[in-house]
Structures are given as structure tokens and as C-alpha cells.
Design a protein around this ligand. Structure first.
Ligand SMILES: N[C@@H](CCC(=O)N[C@@H](CS)C(=O)NCC(=O)O)C(=O)O
Length: 255
């Protein structure tokens, strides 16, 4: 693949998964189109019907003409779901952007870190915010991730898609913990205590890591805390009504 094709990303601002892809695209400084698929009310019917039958974001179309909301992407385009797969693909087609380091040892370390985020942070995030589990459920896993960070800098030294895999969750955890009203599924006082813990010396390295990421233009361009907080409240109201977090996670069980 030598010439860069058109990149179209189906995304929802409130979701951490497309945020991972946006960070990679911004770091790579390539042009891309975004088509917004809101998850706050009923998802637009055209998305599942014309684009991606599972109707989840992110979804990336590589190639083809410019798309508008509702259009069906051409069948001869490459179409990818799954944030982590998409980011690996971007790292492969954009080698000069160095979304992954060239050194195989560092690449392996980046992938191990990504795997730890998937295996540990995602379930802890859901369990703490939506399923009433104690704050240590989340804090212990965040500490585990903190212990994997080098003394300074990013996950494998220079910024990489390992950072893109984690920071959308880290940012949302902070933003949500700051809110006055928390999901009714959460334990009383747990948010305030977790927020204080995250600001304590126990998490000094994670705090520095977060401020390093916040300082990057890729984060500045893709992050709006007030919007995330507002959308989170709406999503929680929907969850309370339906008992579902999304199409395959409920507020009562961890999958
Ligand atoms: N493993 C997928 C997860 C994607 C995902 O669950 N996206 C959610 C956004 S939070 C979604 O689109 N949910 C809509 C639904 O389930 O109906 C990835 O990494 O991209």
C-alpha cells in the first residue's frame, strides 16, 4: 500500500473506543473524515443497515469516495471495526508517523501494555462505574497499569498506540469522578474517594503521565471534558431505564 487512500471514521464523541483511533490519526497528522454516530439516543438506522451490521463505533473505511451520513461504503474499500485493530493498521500504513516504535522489543512491550488495558482496565471501568463494585476494583488495576509505565515519558518511551489504547479511559475516569451526580449503581461516596486517591501520592506517576498526554495537540483536539460529562449523564439516564450499558454489557453482570 503505497498511496494513502481516503480515511473515513465513524465515531461517537462520548465513546473511548473511537477516541483511540482519533488520537492515532491526529498523531499521524493525516487527513480524515469523521461521520458522527450518536450513541445517546437510538442509533441511526442507516448505520447498522448500510455500514456496519454490528452498529458499533469505531468503524473505519479505507478508500473509496467521500461518504455522507447514510451512505453505504463501496464494497471495494477496506472496512475495519475494532479500535485496536484499526490502530495497528494505521501504524502499518503510516510507518513514518511512528505510531509504533521500529524496534521489535518495544513493539512487543507496547502490545503487552495494550493487552493489559483490555484485560484489566475495561472490566474494572464497567464494574466500578456501572455495577456497584468497590473503588479498589478500579484503583488496583490503575495501579497495575501505573507500575508498567517507565520512570518518565510514554508507555514505550515515545508516544505510541499503546498510549492511545489507555488514555481515553484514563481521561474519562477523571472526568466522571469529578461529577457531583454519579450513576445510581455506584457505591455511596466511592467516586469522591476514588478521585482523591487518584490525586494522592500513590498515583503520582499516573498523574504526570496524564498531564504529559493532556499537553499533546492530539489530545487537545479530541477531548472536551464538559461534553464528555454531559453525555455521560445522558447515557447513565438511558442505562437506568434499560439496564444496559451497550448492546452486550448490562449493569448487572460483567462479561
Ligand atoms: N472492542 C470494540 C468495542 C467497540 C464498542 O463497544 N463500541 C461501543 C461504544 S462505547 C458501541 O458502539 N456501542 C454501541 C452498541 O453496542 O450498540 C473496539 O475496541 O472498538
Amino acid at each position: 500500500m503505497s498511496r494513502l487512500e481516503r480515511i473515513t471514521l465513524y465515531a461517537a464523541v462520548e465513546s473511548p473506543f473511537p477516541h483511540r483511533v482519533r488520537l492515532a490519526l491526529e498523531e499521524a497528522q493525516v487527513p480524515y473524515d469523521i461521520i458522527s454516530v450518536s450513541l445517546l439516543s437510538d442509533k441511526p438506522e442507516w448505520f447498522g443497515k448500510n455500514v456496519y451490521p454490528e452498529a458499533k463505533v469505531p468503524y473505519l473505511v479505507y478508500g473509496g469516495p467521500k461518504l455522507n451520513p447514510g451512505d453505504a461504503p463501496s464494497p471495494d474499500t477496506l472496512q475495519l471495526p475494532e479500535s485496536l485493530v484499526i490502530n495497528e493498521f494505521l501504524a502499518d500504513i503510516l510507518p513514518s508517523a511512528k505510531l509504533l516504535p521500529a524496534d521489535p522489543t518495544l513493539r512487543a512491550k507496547a502490545r503487552l501494555f495494550i493487552q493489559a488495558v483490555e484485560a484489566k482496565i475495561l472490566p474494572a471501568f464497567v464494574a466500578f462505574f456501572f455495577q456497584g463494585k468497590p473503588k479498589e476494583t478500579l484503583l488496583d488495576e490503575l495501579e497495575g497499569i501505573q507500575n508498567k509505565l517507565p520512570a518518565e515519558g510514554y508507555v514505550v518511551g515515545e508516544w505510541s498506540i499503546a498510549d492511545a489504547a489507555f488514555t481515553p479511559f484514563l481521561m474519562r475516569i477523571h472526568a466522571i469522578l469529578k461529577l457531583d451526580n454519579h450513576p445510581p449503581m455506584m457505591q455511596e461516596g466511592a467516586a469522591k474517594e476514588a478521585f482523591e486517591a487518584l490525586r494522592s501520592p500513590r498515583f503520582a506517576r499516573l498523574q504526570k503521565y496524564m498531564s504529559d498526554n493532556v499537553a499533546r495537540p492530539s489530545m487537545a483536539k479530541t477531548w472536551d471534558e464538559a461534553v464528555i460529562q454531559k453525555n455521560f449523564k445522558i447515557r447513565v439516564e438511558n442505562m437506568v431505564k434499560t439496564g444496559r450499558i451497550n448492546s452486550d454489557i448490562s449493569t448487572t453482570s460483567v462479561h
